[in-house]
Design a protein around this ligand. Structure first.
Ligand SMILES: Nc1ncnc2c1ncn2[C@@H]1O[C@H](COP(=O)(O)OP(=O)(O)OP(=O)(O)O)[C@@H](O)[C@H]1O
Length: 655
């Protein structure tokens, strides 16, 4: 029978970590970097699969894991058929197992940091699923179940008749120390909102925050545990939450009620809650914040921008409203008359973007971050490392630079960690530090593209002939991108993606089709502009800004001096489509109508005198609706560059 052992070897060579850049997945991206002195050797044993050496995966200081985690992981593995159990326990990354996926009629998979691994060539049967289901508690309405007194989460997929045909078995771990990087903030009573994509480690961190506040700072902490993920399944909470108390939620729809109940009945000083996702929950959280209770919560998203743009959750960060500025104020600020502003105070004082299992971006003043995003400026934030091994506060780097610069710092730290650097080091190493030399097989000057409506595969296919694979890379995180490349038809339907690109100062390019030839041309054009540092865009933006002000002033004077007092129409000068759109907006605010005249580069507006006819706000005199205006805005007459049209720095399109 096959099993494995973890052998400590101080003389063993450092493990080979693959260099990763931006969103590329490293071989072992977590704090596994601590574990470089351990070597995993598969050996043959005449015994049952053993997890006895599992605690060696984790230095004793890192967690409550050790023996308890062995037992807990063992309980998860009892869900699996013997062959799968053996296969997963033999995997070299067994300690870092994230999930086991069992779908009826398909081969079972284990998810590890380095990727998916097939556990057996035998497809999953109904019996296999039945066996697993019999070992877990009841599935709640959110189709999640747990294993009593463990942190594992079993999520079911059902067929149309309600029968379970798939399971995702997530390994839960209490990583004591995973919230150390936020210790200074939580200690001072800051309300923290953590956001991150699924599986990045949000629950793990807030669990540790709950423990830290209850045990280290003696606070009365109440966890509102919607799917029993923070405190584990069963009525006795998992040791990972320390002295914090927890309230279970019978149904996710009543999470907001339990939140209020927690405050009213149990006198908490701190409320911890995972996954605020609805408007009602956001409202409950805001109410709690107003009562002076420290709030620690998570929400799905990648960056704070995602929350600002999410109508259900924007309330968490103070809400967003559109404000019309006076002419003078608008020209003083150099912005259009209608701007977005924060409506009120944020329910949270700090925001934390969980970038990866090893890295956080802390926005110490969440309101300032939201204001910056709405004003199209770079928010200020600090990059911190998650370091479960250290009991100290681990503010590893502090940065208020523009994201582009900071990205390089992060990159450098990643590489150093991957090369076996000491976690917890507070040294900030410059990009030219020799220790990073040779760590990369990739170009540091690669152009990082966020694709929208175009698949990565199509671009790769398109540029095959160009031999520039190393010069570009892709990201799913718009804040990391140098440029947004989108399919025209998709982009024009999504004003939010444009707003997100704008808020990060990223130029937007688009193609009409995603054929290989078009994409190849687009990428070539893009590479040229990137090589020039997108310099021309800067000057274009400046020209555009002053043209915007001129155009609006021209329309205002026309209306105030001619159209309104004399009742005569006024023809404005030809302008680019995006500026015409702004003029139309202003004209509507004066309760006047306009018509678009001319063609090509001669397109301009004629402002019509008030006719007394009912005002159709969303239509101009030609019956052109906003959708057509959007089309117009995207017409290639403004900027054309082969197949890629620059539509950089568009104004926000009407919803
Ligand atoms: N620092 C870490 N090192 C190693 N494993 C980790 C770390 N943080 C989290 N994990 C593991 O990663 C997986 C996902 O973590 P977690 O459930 O906390 O993520 P999440 O962001 O809350 O996910 P979701 O949004 O899907 O609920 C779990 O198996 C967890 O044990």
């Amino acid at each position: 029978m096959l099993s494995f052992a973890l052998l400590h070897s101080s003389s063993s060579p450092k493990p080979q970590f693959h260099f990763h850049y931006k969103n590329q997945i490293p071989k072992l991206p977590f704090q596994s970097l601590h574990f470089s002195p351990f070597t995993v050797l598969p050996i043959k044993l005449q015994s049952k699969p053993s997890f006895l050496s599992l605690s060696s995966c984790f230095p004793s200081s890192t967690s409550l894991i050790g023996d308890e985690f062995e037992v807990e992981l063992g309980r998860l593995l009892t869900l699996l058929p013997e062959e799968m159990r053996r296969s997963v326990s033999e995997h070299p990354e067994f300690c870092y197992l994230i999930e086991v996926v069992m779908d009826l009629g398909r081969k079972p998979l284990a998810r590890f940091p380095s990727g998916d691994f097939i556990l057996s060539d035998h497809p999953i049967t109904l019996d296999d699923l039945q066996h697993a289901i019999s070992k877990v508690g009841d599935f709640a309405v959110d189709n999640r179940a747990g294993i009593s007194r463990t942190l594992h989460r079993i999520s079911a997929i059902r067929n149309r008749k309600g029968a379970i045909i798939g399971l995702t078995c997530r390994v839960g771990r209490a990583l004591s120390g995973s919230a150390n990087a936020l210790r200074d903030l939580v200690k001072d009573g800051a309300s923290l909102l953590l956001i991150g994509p699924p599986g990045v480690g949000k629950t793990t961190i807030i669990r540790d925050i709950a423990r830290m506040l209850a045990n280290d700072y003696g606070k009365r902490v109440m966890i509102v545990d919607t799917s029993n993920e923070i405190g584990g399944d069963g009525d006795i909470p998992h040791a990972g939450i320390g002295n914090a108390r927890r309230m279970q939620v019978p149904h996710s729809d009543v999470q907001h009620e339990v939140l209020i109940e927690a405050v009213e009945n149990h006198m908490p000083q701190v409320i911890v809650i995972d996954e605020i996702g609805t408007n009602l929950e956001a409202m409950a959280a805001s109410t709690i914040a107003q009562r002076g209770i420290q709030l620690v919560a998570t929400a799905h998203g990648v960056t704070i921008d995602n929350l600002v743009m999410n109508p259900a959750l924007e309330m968490l960060v103070g809400g967003v409203q559109s404000v019309t500025l006076g002419d003078e104020e608008a020209s003083r600020r150099g912005v259009q008359k209608s701007v977005l502003e924060r409506k009120g105070p944020s329910a949270f004082s700090c925001g934390v973007e969980i970038i990866s299992k090893a890295e956080l971006r802390v926005h110490p003043d969440l309101e300032a971050t939201v204001d910056a995003i709405l004003a199209g400026r770079y928010p200020r934030y600090e990059t911190r490392k998650i370091n479960p091994g250290s009991q100290d506060e681990t503010r590893e780097s502090s940065s208020t630079q523009a994201p582009f610069d900071e990205r390089n710092e992060v990159l450098v730290e990643d590489i150093i960690q991957m090369n076996g650097g000491v976690p917890g080091s507070t040294e900030l190493i410059s990009e030219t530090d020799p220790s990073i030399e040779g760590g990369s097989g990739e170009s540091e000057n690669a152009l990082c593209i966020f694709l929208y409506g175009i698949s990565e595969a199509s671009v790769i296919q398109g540029i095959k002939q160009l031999n520039i694979d190393d010069a570009i890379e892709f990201t799913d995180n718009i804040s990391e991108a140098d440029v947004l490349l989108a399919l025209q038809s998709k982009l024009k339907k999504n004003s939010r993606i444009q707003a997100a690109a704008k808020s990060h100062g990223i130029p937007i390019y688009m193609t009409k089709t995603s054929s290989s030839t078009q994409l190849a041309k687009a990428i070539e054009a893009l590479m040229d502009d990137f090589a020039d540092g997108f310099e021309f865009l800067e000057s274009e933006a400046k020209t555009n800004e002053s043209e915007k002000i001129d155009a609006l002033e021209e329309a205002r004077i026309g209306m105030e001096r001619v159209v309104i007092p004399k009742g005569e129409p006024v023809e404005l000068l030809p302008r680019p489509s995006n500026i015409i759109l702004l003029q139309k907006d202003l004209i509507r605010k004066y309760k006047l109508k306009s018509e678009r005249i001319g063609t090509g580069t001669d397109v301009r507006l004629r402002i019509l005198p008030f006719s007394g006819a009912p005002d159709e706000d969303s239509q101009d005199s030609e019956g052109v609706d906003d959708e057509s205006e959007v089309d117009e805005l995207f017409s290639p007459n403004a900027e054309s560059n082969g197949s890629a049209f620059r539509v950089d720095r568009l104004p926000l399109l009407p919803e």
